[in-house]
Design a protein around this ligand. Sequence first.
Ligand SMILES: Nc1ncnc2c1ncn2[C@@H]1O[C@H](COP(=O)(O)OP(=O)(O)OP(=O)(O)O)[C@@H](O)[C@H]1O
Ligand SMILES: [Mg+2]
Length: 183
Amino acid sequence: MPENNQVKLCLANLESTKKFGQSIGQIIQPDTVLALSGEIGSGKTTLVKAIANGLGVEETVTSPTFVMMNEYHSGRLPLYHIDLYRLIDQPNIPFSFLAAQIEEVLNTESLVIIEWAEMFSSQYGKELSDFCKNGFLRLNLQSTVDNDEIRILTLNLMDQNKRTAFYLFEEICKLSKDISIKK
Ligand SMILES: Nc1ncnc2c1ncn2[C@@H]1O[C@H](COP(=O)(O)OP(=O)(O)OP(=O)(O)O)[C@@H](O)[C@H]1O
Ligand SMILES: [Mg+2]
């Protein structure tokens, strides 16, 4: 396992992202939190859809817009998909209501995925880590200038003493050795 609790991998194209997402959807354990970051169009929602597919979610997964949190209960685990992007262009939205909703689903037997997760602490003034008893993973997606489809994925384990986050980090380290995922 990498000593700095960070792993970087290259998703060579859309298919690789879908395959990666599906694989982690299949192995993810209850009470896992993924905090996604990356610029617009970097592939956060695409990854969430692939993870949902791996979980066996039957409904169509769409970007949460007005409600900011969508939930899906047809898969192996409940999936809560949160997107905090609207907090950027509409900073007057009171965050306390949404924060209460988020707090309610954290530390449950589910998978919680937050897009634009960096907005959590900047809007709330509290760190996400304070709320995740089982730790969480930060996952950043980055486009590259030389190719439309390549994405650099950086994964950070936020607390290696916490069981579920550690398990997923280790599994993703193993997956990253897969030649079809790593460049
Ligand atoms: N390797 C790749 N991984 C993910 N998406 C890719 C890849 N290559 C191309 N794409 C395309 O990039 C786009 C990513 O859009 P997506 O909505 O997933 O981004 P996003 O990060 O959720 O954006 P936003 O911040 O607006 O929510 C899609 O059109 C997808 O088909
Ligand atoms: Mg999105």
